[in-house]
Design a protein around this ligand. Sequence first.
Ligand SMILES: Cc1cc2nc3c(=O)[nH]c(=O)nc-3n(C[C@H](O)[C@H](O)[C@H](O)COP(=O)(O)OP(=O)(O)OC[C@H]3O[C@@H](n4cnc5c(N)ncnc54)[C@H](O)[C@@H]3O)c2cc1C
Length: 437
Amino acid sequence: MGSIPEASRSLNSTTTHPFRVLVAGGAYGGLSAALNLQDLCRGLPPRCGPSPDGAGQIERPQFAVDITIVDERDGYFHLIGSPLALASEAYTEKAWVKYNDIPALRSPNIRVLQGSVKAVDPRQMIATFAAHGSGETSDLPYDYFVAATGLRRVWPVVPQSLRRKQYLFEAGEHVRAATAAKHGVVIVGGGAVGIEMAAELKLLHPHLSVTLVHSRDKLLSSEPLPDEVKDRALQLVREADVAVLMSHRLDRTEQTQDEHGNKCLRLHFTNGHAMLADQVSMAVSRPVPSTAYLPSSVLDEEGYVKIQANLTFPPNTPNAAAHFAIGDLVRWSGIKRCGAAMHMGYHAANNMHQQMQMQLHLAAGRNAAAAPPNPKFLELAEIPPMIGLAVGRKAVSYWPEAGVDSGEEVMRVFFGEDLGFGICWNHLRLGIDGGKE
Ligand SMILES: Cc1cc2nc3c(=O)[nH]c(=O)nc-3n(C[C@H](O)[C@H](O)[C@H](O)COP(=O)(O)OP(=O)(O)OC[C@H]3O[C@@H](n4cnc5c(N)ncnc54)[C@H](O)[C@@H]3O)c2cc1C
């Protein structure tokens, strides 16, 4: 447990009520922050972690919050499932659920706006919002702000469509083109994303020739993981029947024809090797934080938010204690993972809720020193490198206490039957009607 004493003192004691909470980004982190906060304000145990009071049934005042979630997409996209969504049309349908169709968000105090957060002014506590499809901007004033907009990733790592209908078309085209590839598909980049893309494609379409190309002599070469994990990943990729070219750096790709006159691509590698393929998917580019809307003073040189352990903005930010950042866009230890994003959402919800209680107490005119009884703020611990990586029918897992494990059972435990869709959906309790709790 930590504390936000300095920051809390700077909070406005004559706050608006219900509290207006603005969450930028409606995926793992953002939905976790919004829904855990909703639980706490209703006097319920938070859905993604232990009750801060340590008790199952909570005795604390219930109060109202108005939660606005802003996302560029019109629905929740299960990003982990992207490699499968781009390999199987049946799964494509499943991986994107429109916000209107998510039962947990059906609550009069939660609204979801489709559009972008363009700017945030922490001093005035106003965000600038641009609605999807219109150039018009409007102001969204808030009492608490949560940045959960993740990282920007390129196609075909992630579908770029912002509406489900368009996404189905985009992904469907890709799946059909890949599966018709007579000369095979090449995935360039042996990081976690490239490995999953190659293995899912081969699993779903065993007749396809799928080749994974990596420029280094180990897969996952940029991850701070033991060599044993990297070697096990390579073993599983080979067991999945994916051809692997290690230490091959792609130089260029040219349009050509095969011996029958069919159009295809010729790939040239810097070591002189060349091969034909019909489709080349690049899984090499570094994703960048989607934080351009935040003041540069809260960002590091790469654009990650310099959070404090309690997940608030850096201490020199105006109203720092009312501004949280969670998920992939924060500068923190550990490999970027959806579990960490949901965990941070729970932390942020708890810390917001503790502050709201203090503000209500202060607003009621009581002595600040005595109130509220024993606030408990959560702090993020250092996160060691850990990973769960799906490789076709099997998965490899690693975290320091457990070491390396792999196989079909690891796949079942970490990803279930649907590449983690059900695990995340159930953890966030997205299927439970928000009006009924
Ligand atoms: C292919 C792939 C496979 C992966 N596999 C795994 C895995 O097996 N296990 C694992 O733990 N992790 C995995 N990850 C990582 C995991 O997906 C991320 O850690 C997780 O998505 C982070 O969640 P987030 O909520 O922080 O951000 P995101 O999930 O990136 O969500 C950010 C949201 O913000 C929205 N947004 C962005 N900018 C704006 C803006 N300006 N205004 C409004 N909305 C905005 C986006 O539309 C998006 O909905 C994988 C990632 C990829 C790409």
